[in-house]
Design a protein around this ligand. Sequence first.
Ligand code: PMP
Length: 330
Amino acid sequence: MEYVEHVVDLVGNTPLVKLNSVTEGAAPLVLAKVEYLNPGGSVKDRIALRMVEAAEASGELKPGGTIVEPTSGNTGVGLALVAQRRGYKCVFVCPDKVSEDKRNVLKAYGAEVVVCPTAVAPEHPDSYYNVSDRLVREIPDAWKPDQYSNPQNPLSHYHSTGPEIWRQTEGRITHFVAGVGTGGTISGTGRYLKEVSGGKVKIIGADPEGSVYSGGTGRPYLVEGVGEDFWPDAYDRDICDEIVAVSDADSFAVTRRLAREEGLLVGGSCGMAAAAAMKIAKSCGPDDVVVVLLPDGGRGYLSKVFNDQWMSSYGFLPPDSSGATVGDVL
Ligand code: PMP
């Protein structure tokens, strides 16, 4: 019989899928590392597993303890999944702007969700940073992974994502492209690929226009999960050979094309990374192999990037276009 002991055993070893249509006319092979095929639906399952294992080993996380993290999304799902398997409780703190659907996903896995007001300054006692710190102090045996500063975040990619890509491409990868949020993915995967290739693999970070990584100040942008207004410890500033800034409009246009033309229903940061990969591919030759990491699936964004009204309200669709086709109308 072929089965795994638990769904957590399926974290990692995601496939590479060739991009065909969105990269048409480009010389190199462009491959997508499809992270929504992790059991929690995103790349963050990898860091959740490694952060928990390391905290168990160091004694920071005690048997039956509670994981407390300010997160509303993918990292929470990964942590909740691992916590359930290993007998920990989870308390996630998120701002009230986070949709009810997202909170319900975390609750469905058995986590407790504490909601904080968005409209208060970070130093306010009710801000989501302060509430999570207070909960860590008040809950017995509480442990806060802190993905922004936890070295296990980049290390999880150094030990899993990087080696997988090297093996899957039989060492032929020449360019690695990924969006930068905490910086864990690009720093860990990038460091491994640089070391194993003797510095030959080029590492390209994709960043929303306005974020610090591409020289901005943190100006608001709509793509979720990537870009920052500060420099996290998880980001290694020496890893990227190039940073490509991508507009919201381009990120969302490519996200829609990935679903419609490649059958990949993925999130907005995937479109952003793929847009950067398409740009890089234009300057590559036929022997190059470009790998772009797609962090999560598109189901969490149905009311945004895949909603014509939402897209039009930000001017991302022509005003007279409902996005409907004849087929839709009939
Ligand atoms: N895309 C999405 C949807 C994410 O949630 C994240 C994580 N914040 C990223 C991209 C960026 O990954 P990393 O934090 O490893 O830089």
